[in-house]
Every structure is written in structure tokens, then in C-alpha cells.
Write a protein that binds this ligand. Structure first.
Ligand code: GLN
Length: 537
């Protein structure tokens, strides 16, 4: 069994400092030295998982292979590490309490009074250590959501305090803070960092490393000041200055020797060299595109980029693979009308219709599909985007008036998208969709086959509705083909229009599987088609 090291990442001063990116960057650097690493996020809210939260509250809901609906930071972990995460990588207060209460009801506590300490903190510790139980990982990086000092994160900090004590040198704490720049006096200020470390100290946790987010570089004396006030050595004060892209952060953390500091703190040798060549090549291509292309992302949360996080990142990976800068224009589906559609979508070289739920903005999305189909613009529909491509085809090509999904119109005369059989009896909303990885068999005659280069694939899902197989022959006869089908349940997972230059739509979410090392082939080929389209325009 390995001596797994545990790194805890806490945050102070303000939220949204990028603990997820710092955690993922450190993980990537440790991986580059040959260590196996996983990252876990502990979220202090009471929802059992973020699956029921709307994107305005929480941004995108990321789905793992094993079907967990998780925080979007897990997407960053996978994109940076190229290693899948699982149910165990995201734990919320809701889930912790749920299992403690279930145990209490089963009588497992044998008459004890069930309390925050030790029962809740023990459950948190159990969830942290669980990832080490297979002996697979050299490092487990645990990111604690929220900001130190929040009432709801207290049990997590207490669990960290206890684990630190139990694990000794096998654990280290990184505290991420903000060093604000005051333009009026032209100074960087360390006081918020001092206060935030003090709050952590009151809770019994001395950070080993302090990562300072800042707009400007910290000078020597500032580092020394932070080191002195926060009881760390100056080499453990790491600056994290704003950068153009999150993919630069691992390199900046390498310059700051964050990985070396962590190895030293956890008693490991520096003997293994760091191999970040692949990453550097990716950055080189990212920063030196040979051209650019504009693709429209039609959705209803355009004011909120986090709602489409994985799609936007997939475009960065796919653009880089094509050495082309992809400019994503977010188009608000609610405001698309017959009059302004040419103006909104006219200059685009590709159109992606986003996943989603509910009625809002639906007709604008359907019009966008039609625009892409009729004008032969490369098109990718994802999940709801595929369902709407089917509806558009039914209405405008098959002339099935009033065709719709039963999600939006219970009484539609032509439910070309209908609820899945397995979903009919489901009443609860949490974790009950068709979730996670499922196999899909690709038709050898299809464009999808050329893209994937193989017959059997697996992709991740998150939906309740599906193509209605009663219509499959009618669609095929008119030119919309099922290119991929789930072999066990006969569900249509991919459709395409062979007589369109590039028109693909998928019931699954390819964006959850695109990583820096493995850009998703569907996105890579979509961008390629967009480049070809822009050249011929
Ligand atoms: N609302 C649709 C369904 O539940 C699509 C879901 C999605 O786009 N993720 O089937």
C-alpha cells in the first residue's frame, strides 16, 4: 500500500479565487513528475449534489463517467489531468448529513448522541480517505469549497485540523488568498491575507503554503512580510498573478516551485524530473494560431459563461488541435426572431445549439438549427440541441405540424422526442436522470464513424427524453439518419444529415470528455468543418 499524501486547499478573503485551477495545476505538476494524483471537491452547501441547482446558482453541472452530477471544478480536474473522476470526488454537506442520518436511523450509533463532532467530521474524514483506499494514488488533493470563516465550512476545517494531526508529514495545507492592489495608493495590500490566515489559525490550522492571487507581482519584501506574519518560510509564499488563460497557471506554478515546495513539505525527494513537454506544446499552439474562426453558441444562459464551461473549454482544445483560434459568439436564443436571425447568425462559420431544460428560448434554438441546415453551415447539436434538430426536421422537412418534445408540449400531435421508458415512473428530481457513461454503436456508413474511427464508443449522458423510434424510418427516408444507437436499449444517440457538409447532433455530452491531452474528436472535426466553411465563404 502506498503512503498517500493529502493536500488540502482552503480559500480566504473572497470567493472565486480559483482554488479549482490551483488544485488542478498542482495536480498536473505532480503528475508530470510521475505521481498519480486525484482531486476532490468538498462543497459546504446542503444540496446532496449540484444536479438540482440551476446554472444561475452554480454554473454548469458536470457529469462523471459513473453518473455523478458534480461541481464544474471536476471538469477542470479532468481536463488538466486526463484522468476520470467519480462519485467520490465531489462531496457536499447534504451528502455527509444524509449518510450520517441514514446510519442513525439504522441504529449504527448504538444509542450515542449524534453530533457535528465527531460524527459529521468523521464522515468527512472517511470521504477524504476513501479515495486512498484503492492504493492507486500518491496524492489526494482536497479542495474545500467556500471561504474560511464561513459558518457552513467549519466542520470541514475541523476535519482538516484532525487529519493534519493524524497524518503528520503526509499532509499539507495550501491557503489561497487575495492580495489586492489599491490603485489610489499604488500598493499591494497584505492585511486581508494576514486576517484570513489568522481565522484559519483560530480554527487550529496552520497553512504550510500560501498562494496569493494578485493583479501584480509581489516583491521580495511583500513575500517576506506575508511569510513573517503567517508563520511560513518565504519560499512557501507563492504568487499567482492573473494570466490570459487558465492553461498558463500550471507553468506559472512551476516557475514558483509550488510542486517542489509540496514535495519537500510531505517528505518526498525531488529526484523525479518534471515533464511538461506535451503541455508546453499545447500552450505554444494555443498562443500561435494560424487563423481564426467564429462559431455561434446558441443558448439561454449567455450572460453566464460558466453555464457552458465544458463546451467553451472543448473549443479551446479543438481550436488548438487545429491550430486555429476559435472565437465563440454567445447568442441568446430568447432574442432570436425571424427578422433578426440572419443578422445574429450570418457571419458565423459554425453553429452549436446548447443543452438545456424547459421551454425558455426553445423557438430561437429551433430557428438556429433551421438556419444552419438550410444555409449549409456546420452544425453541432448537443443533448437538447439534438432533440431540437429532430424537431426542426420534423416540422420543416417532414411537415409534421406541431411536432415537439413532450418535455415542452405534453399534447403535441407528433412527439418526435418523448420521455424514456425508464423515466416514466421517476418522480424525484435529484440524481434520477439517465446519467453517466453509456455505450453507443456507430453505423459504419456514417460521418460519425469517420470522426471516431471505430464502432463502439462510450459517452456521458444527462437527460430524460429521447428520439421517438416510431418516427425513425420516416426520418431516414427524408435524409436524417441515426448514426449511433445504444446497443442495449436501442436509443438513438447520434443523428446526421449526409447531404449537408457537416450536420451532427448527439444525445450525449461530448464536452465532458474533452481534455488538453485528448481533445474531443467531435469538436476537433466540427472546428475543422468550420474552418473549411470560412475559407469557402
Ligand atoms: N431537457 C432534455 C432532456 O431532459 C435535454 C437535457 C440536456 O440537454 N442535458 O432530455
Amino acid at each position: 500500500m502506498k503512503d498517500t499524501r493529502y493536500i488540502f486547499v482552503t480559500g480566504g478573503v473572497v470567493s472565486s479565487l480559483g482554488k479549482g485551477i490551483i488544485s488542478a495545476s498542482l495536480a498536473r505538476l505532480l503528475q508530470a513528475r510521475g505521481y498519480s494524483v486525484t482531486i476532490q471537491k468538498l462543497d459546504p452547501y446542503i444540496n446532496v449534489d449540484p444536479g438540482t441547482l440551476n446554472p444561475y446558482e452554480h454554473g454548469e453541472c458536470y457529469v462523471t463517467e459513473d453518473g455523478a452530477e458534480t461541481d464544474l471544478d471536476l471538469g477542470h480536474y479532468e481536463r488538466f489531468l486526463n484522468v476520470p473522476t467519480s462519485q467520490a470526488n465531489n462531496v457536499t454537506t447534504g451528502r455527509i448529513y444524509q449518510s450520517v442520518i441514514e446510519k442513525e436511523r439504522r441504529g449504527d450509533y448504538l444509542g450515542e448522541t449524534v453530533q457535528v463532532i465527531p460524527h459529521i467530521t468523521d464522515e468527512i474524514k472517511y470521504r477524504i480517505r476513501l479515495l486512498a483506499s484503492h492504493g492507486k494514488y500518491d496524492f489526494i488533493i482536497t479542495e474545500i469549497g467556500g471561504t474560511v470563516g464561513d459558518i457552513e465550512s467549519l466542520p470541514y476545517i475541523e476535519a482538516v485540523r484532525q487529519l493534519r494531526w493524524e497524518l503528520g508529514k503526509l499532509a499539507a495545507v495550501i491557503h489561497l488568498t487575495l492580495v489586492p492592489y489599491l490603485a489610489a495608493s499604488g500598493e499591494l495590500k497584505t492585511k486581508p491575507t494576514q486576517h484570513s490566515v489568522k481565522t484559519l489559525l483560530e480554527l487550529g490550522v496552520q497553512p504550510d503554503v500560501i498562494v496569493c492571487r494578485s493583479e501584480k507581482n509581489l516583491n521580495e519584501s511583500l513575500r517576506n512580510k506575508i511569510a513573517q506574519f503567517c508563520n511560513v518560510d518565504p519560499s512557501s509564499v507563492i504568487e499567482s498573478v492573473d494570466v490570459e488563460t487558465i492553461y498558463e497557471v500550471p507553468m506559472r506554478m512551476r516557475d514558483e516551485k509550488l510542486d517542489e515546495v509540496i514535495l519537500r513539505k510531505t517528505g518526498l525527494e525531488l529526484s523525479t524530473a518534471s515533464d511538461m513537454k506535451g503541455w508546453e506544446q499545447f500552450l505554444f499552439k494555443l498562443h500561435n494560431p494560424k487563423g481564426e474562426v467564429t462559431i455561434g453558441l446558441v443558448g439561454k444562459y449567455v450572460e453566464l459563461k460558466d453555464a457552458y464551461k465544458s463546451i467553451l473549454e472543448s473549443f479551446i482544445h479543438a481550436g488548438t488541435a487545429n491550430q486555429c483560434k476559435v472565437i465563440v459568439k454567445l447568442v441568446h436564443s430568447e432574442f432570436i426572431t425571424g427578422e433578426n436571425i440572419a443578422e445574429q447568425l450570418g457571419g458565423l462559420s459554425g453553429i452549436l445549439v446548447a443543452p438545456g431544460f424547459g421551454e425558455r428560448g426553445i423557438e430561437g434554438k429551433i430557428m438556429s438549427v433551421r438556419y444552419a441546415r438550410e444555409n449549409k453551415i456546420p452544425f453541432l447539436g448537443i443533448c437538447l440541441g439534438m432533440q431540437l434538430a429532430v424537431i426542426e426536421f420534423a416540422r420543416n422537412v417532414l411537415k409534421l405540424e406541431g411536432a415537439h418534445s413532450r418535455e415542452m408540449d405534453r399534447r403535441t400531435p407528433h412527439p418526435v422526442i418523448d420521455i424514456m421508458e425508464s423515466q416514466k415512473k421517476v418522480s424525484g428530481k435529484g440524481g434520477t436522470m439517465r446519467l453517466g457513461s453509456y455505450p453507443c454503436k456507430i453505423n459504419v456508413e456514417s460521418k460519425a464513424w469517420d470522426i471516431y474511427g471505430r464502432e463502439m464508443i462510450t459517452e456521458r449522458h444527462r437527460h430524460r427524453y429521447e428520439f421517438n423510434n416510431k418516427y425513425i424510418d420516416m426520418f431516414a427516408m427524408a435524409g436524417m439518419h441515426a448514426a449511433g444507437v445504444n446497443p442495449n436499449e436501442d436509443l438513438v444517440e447520434m443523428i446526421e444529415l449526409p447531404d449537408h457538409p457537416w450536420f451532427m447532433a448527439v444525445q450525449f455530452h461530448p464536452e465532458y470528455r474533452s481534455t488538453v491531452e485528448n481533445p474531443h474528436p467531435l469538436f476537433v472535426h466540427f472546428v475543422k468543418a468550420a474552418i473549411a466553411y470560412s475559407k469557402q465563404k
